[in-house]
Design a protein around this ligand. Structure first.
Ligand code: FES
Ligand SMILES: [Fe+2]
Length: 354
């Protein structure tokens, strides 16, 4: 089976800041490559290629942070923040040619993100901070899925699936696209919450921003209880077919109160993680077994799927897109005339036809 989509370009989560204390070294897969993420003693986060350029040891298996450097377990060669080898384990000078590959890395909202571009070009856009440090996520679940970020994010535009899969009606849906960002405001009315039958009249309001195909931040409000959660949805391709999907969460306020005892935060955070996770995992059997229909024939009620796909195209290197996708971009008006009429801020249930 060919991959559903090529690797997208952009920022992709590799861990939460909370997982990366000074001195910690983590192993990650990112778009088929081995990456090592570490934090120096002074708190700087770095991401580097996993393999030591000396004789190839994997720095994620026994590599250690020493001051500003990461030190290889095999012969104790040390690499600084630029990737330069600054000393060997023998006290002899290293070759100036000995350089470890480095990756662009940022900490945004308490999430460590690494830049990926198919052509190896440096970042041409940045992720903004959405929440202050006290609202950095404290709870997280990471799923490993057979799926791609674009397929996962298409869910937010696939208005027709909410009732059959999530037992939820969309009462209101607004979105706008601006460069690499999509903003949403969505009101969900549960038709049937199976996990919490008692709370079946709960309405949820989402205010979300999607930046590229690796980072969504959402503020989820439960108006009936004046309770607000901050959540993120962070798919990261690890190989052509699989993504790690992090869904971290923090609690903004409970019943109108910002200052809440720690035990209550812990309790509600865990309950919310289970509740959101129960809803989210309803998608997984579909996601993991579906194919990517390049030119779907949509019906009234489907939502602005073509609009999303045209927006998503900007995150791929042209050569990696299939020929039919290139054709679609060249002549969108001929097939998606009614989709064009669905402008920014359009309501759910709009017509898109191919
Ligand atoms: S392989 Fe890393 S120091 Fe030799
Ligand atoms: Fe869904």
């Amino acid at each position: 089976m060919p991959p559903k989509r090529p690797y997208p370009n952009g920022w992709f989560a590799v861990c939460l800041s909370a997982e990366l204390r000074p001195g910690t070294v983590l192993r990650r897969r990112l778009m088929g490559e081995e990456v090592v993420v570490y934090r120096t003693a002074s708190g700087v986060v770095r991401a580097v290629g996993a393999y030591c350029p000396h004789l190839g040891a994997h720095l994620g298996y026994g590599g250690a942070v020493e001051g500003d450097c990461i030190v290889c377990p095999f012969h104790k060669f040390a690499y600084d923040g630029s990737g330069q080898c600054v000393r060997t384990g023998y006290g002899t000078p290293p070759s100036p040619k000995l350089k470890l590959a480095t990756r662009e890395v940022r900490e945004v909202d308490g999430i460590v993100v690494v830049w990926h571009h198919t052509l190896g070009t440096p970042p041409d856009w940045e992720l903004p901070q959405s929440v202050p440090e006290e609202l950095w996520p404290r709870f997280n679940h990471t799923y490993t899925l057979v799926d791609t970020p674009q397929d996962i994010y298409e869910n937010a535009f696939d208005l027709g699936h909410f009732e059959p899969v999530h037992h939820t009606k969309i009462a209101d849906y607004d979105y706008s696209m601006d460069g690499n960002k999509v903003s949403f405001a969505v009101d969900f009315v549960p038709v049937d919450i199976r996990l919490f039958g008692l709370m079946s009249s709960l309405h949820l309001h989402f205010d979300s921003e999607m930046y590229g195909l690796g980072f969504v931040h959402s503020q989820i409000s439960v108006p009936r209880f004046d309770t607000v959660f901050q959540t993120w949805a962070l798919p990261t391709p690890i190989d052509p077919h699989h993504s790690e999907f992090r869904v971290p969460l923090s609690i903004d306020r409970i019943n109108g109160r910002k200052k809440v005892p720690n035990w209550l935060i812990g309790l509600i955070g865990r309950v919310a993680l289970v509740a959101f996770g129960t809803d989210l995992t309803r998608d997984f059997p579909v996601w993991q077994n579906k194919t990517y229909v390049e030119r779907p024939h949509l019906a009234k009620g489907d939502g602005p799927i073509y609009k999303f796909r045209r927006w998503a195209d900007q995150f791929y290197t042209e050569d990696t897109l299939g020929s039919s996708a290139r054709g679609e971009r060249e002549e969108p008006g001929s097939r998606n005339g009614s989709a064009e009429a669905l402008g920014a801020g359009s309501r759910g249930g709009g017509v898109e036809r191919s």
